[in-house]
Design a protein around this ligand. Structure first.
Ligand code: KG4
Length: 336
């Protein structure tokens, strides 16, 4: 079964053809990130406009890269939540039109379910159940994946997502948007142990997380340095910051895996590209005898391959969208 996946929740317009949920036939991504970088973050209106301009060409390229025609597509899977509402609407309306015109099923997919599913493409042997740590620009979740479409949230951020925290910390350090990858590169040059940064605990909730205090601490350090003329050791700050983020994520993910009785741990989302977090996860999993799955960098960020993949499993579970399918800015992963 060939599924056309479509993704447009933020600044990437993406389309992919995926066969039987596991085999990637093509994976095309157009991004407005360079334009967004001028503003230090994503301007929703610009993202929506660029999606409108590029979605037809991106889908056509996904078909031609796969050497397939539209007639060979069996179903259309589209991200319908969560994301920037104007951006998500472009993908949803395009997918509805394709499904209606071709008379094929339309499958709504939750964005974070898609991120987790990126691992099914990278690791053909991976099957639920497993524990997933989904860390991206807009979402930070610890999820028990009991089956492909049966998920339970074990912990979540109460405020900012880990990626948002990376982007804001990077901005005050003068790094370009999106700041995660430049922070990663800068941290490699740091000696660390220079700045004491907070690791928040959410009272009464062992698995929930909070990143806003950490973000504020970095902002305050940067402002204080510029006001007093003190030199900031930016590389060490980047390293200490990343260690603080990792300290909030990795021990919770390990404890959640233990609680749920899972010996496989999956990382997903753009922040899963971080080399320090990857290394910490690897070490923690090795100590406990868990198997760690982390997608290649190309499948960590937003893409449509992950949507085509999860769409296949949603289809098998009977999920269908109609011409009245809507887009949603927020939605729990368990409500999709
Ligand atoms: O998954 P993604 O492309 O979009 C969302 O679904 O949100 O994630 C984007 C986020 C951005 O915040 C970006 O700064 C972060 O992933 N990111 C990283 C790295 N590469 C991308 N964060 C930390 N280290 C990285 N190497």
């Amino acid at each position: 079964m060939i599924v056309l996946g479509i993704e447009s929740t933020c600044d990437e317009t993406a389309a992919a053809l995926v066969e039987d949920g596991r085999h990637l036939l093509s994976n095309v991504i157009a991004t407005s990130v360079k334009e967004q970088a001028l503003y230090g973050g994503v301007v929703p209106e610009i993202a929506s406009r660029r999606h409108c301009e590029s979605i037809s060409a991106v889908v056509k390229k996904a078909l031609s890269d796969a050497g397939r025609t539209m007639d060979e597509v069996d179903a259309v899977a589209v991200t319908f939540a969560p994301g920037l509402i104007g951006a998500v609407l472009v993908g949803v309306n395009f997918a509805k039109s394709v499904a209606y015109a071709l008379g094929i099923p339309l499958i709504p997919v939750h964005h974070v379910r898609g991120h987790i599913a990126a691992n099914y493409i990278a690791f053909p042997e991976l099957k639920p159940p497993f524990l997933a740590l989904a860390i991206s620009g807009g979402n930070t979740l610890i999820v028990d994946v009991r089956d492909y479409t049966d998920l339970q949230v074990i912990g979540a951020t109460r405020d900012d997502a880990a990626g948002e925290c990376f982007d804001k910390a990077a901005r005050v350090l003068g790094l370009p948007y999106p700041g995660g990858a430049p922070m990663d590169a800068l941290a490699q040059q740091g000696r660390g142990g220079v700045y004491e940064l907070p690791r928040a605990h959410v009272s009464g909730s062992e698995f929930d997380m909070s990143f806003s205090g950490l973000k504020t601490a970095v902002v305050n350090l940067a402002h204080n340095a510029s006001q007093t003329g003190k030199m900031l050791d930016k590389a060490s700050l980047a390293l200490d910051f990343t260690r603080a983020v990792s300290d909030m994520l990795v021990p919770r993910a390990m404890a959640a895996a233990e609680l749920c009785g899972r010996s496989a741990v999956v990382a997903a989302g753009g922040v899963a590209a971080n080399s320090i977090i990857r290394a910490d996860l690897q070490r923690a999993c090795a100590e406990r005898g868990y198997t760690l799955y982390v997608p290649p960098l190309s499948l960590c960020g937003d893409n449509a391959a992950m949507i085509g993949c999860q769409g296949y499993y949603e289809y098998l579970a009977g999920k269908r969208g109609n011409t009245d399918l809507n887009a949603y800015a927020t939605m729990e992963i368990t409500d999709a």
